[in-house]
Design a protein around this ligand. Structure first.
Ligand SMILES: NC(=O)c1ccc[n+]([C@@H]2O[C@H](COP(=O)([O-])OP(=O)(O)OC[C@H]3O[C@@H](n4cnc5c(N)ncnc54)[C@H](OP(=O)(O)O)[C@@H]3O)[C@@H](O)[C@H]2O)c1
Length: 187
């Protein structure tokens, strides 16, 4: 996730204006290490997700409504798959289902390809992941931009307090890249 110093994560519904070349490179390198990207449907719709450049990378889209554009390149390429409940509508692409009323995220994660699950937001999905306590690490970019636009913060609805430890930070151009890892001893 990228955030402004005052906690805004988008400008008029898009995160792109907050970023820059250093941030885009950071995102590419994080995707390189991932076996799968997990992302909320709101982000896929807002950011018009496309097929990833890595042909073996799956993009797992978390949704309850299953209201997505299945004619988009994300899905026609075979990269996109749906993560939802057992009671959600049928979809014309691969799906993983767990939980009847809400998506059972721990059960879903255990069915994803082994390796690093790289979560790309957005705020609603982040909150559900934190509530389920399935976040091991957070890679955060602090943007030098201040937009004055405030729609969402890193994790939207309330969730339990989770303690993380700072394990890495570095500066590039005017961006700061921070990595936190879950400190399960503290909370
Ligand atoms: N700054 C950044 O790095 C960054 C990163 C990502 C997104 N964003 C911004 O965040 C905004 C989108 O926010 P958002 O909160 O709507 O994002 P989101 O979490 O990606 O999307 C919310 C939607 O995803 C589905 N969803 C999320 N968690 C779910 C769960 N646990 N179970 C079932 N469905 C779940 C639901 O889809 P259905 O409605 O289909 O049921 C829900 O309406 C955009 O403006 C985007 O630009 C910023």
């Amino acid at each position: 996730m990228i955030t402004t110093p005052d906690g805004t994560v988008d400008v008029n519904g898009r995160s792109g204006p907050l970023g820059g070349p250093a941030d885009q490179q950071r995102l590419r390198s994080l995707r390189e290490t991932a076996s799968v990207v997990l992302v909320g449907a709101g982000t896929v719709r807002a950011e018009s997700y496309r097929a990833p450049s890595r042909s073996d990378l799956r993009i797992a889209v978390v949704t309850q409504s299953c209201n997505l554009d299945f004619s988009s390149g994300l899905f026609t390429s075979g990269a996109g798959l749906i993560v939802t409940t057992t009671t959600a509508p049928t979809v014309p692409v691969d799906s993983i289902r767990a939980g009847s009323t809400v998506v059972d995220l721990p059960a879903i994660i255990s069915q994803l390809p082994a390796g690093i699950v790289h979560v790309e937001g957005g705020p609603q999905l982040n909150a559900a992941m934190l509530e389920a306590d399935v976040v091991d690490a957070i890679n955060l970019t602090v943007s030098p931009h201040l937009s004055g636009y405030r729609a969402a913060s890193l994790s939207a609805p309330p969730h339990a307090l989770r303690q993380f430890s700072l394990v890495d930070f570095r500066r590039e151009d005017d961006f700061v890249f921070v990595r936190y890892e879950r400190n399960r001893n503290a909370q």
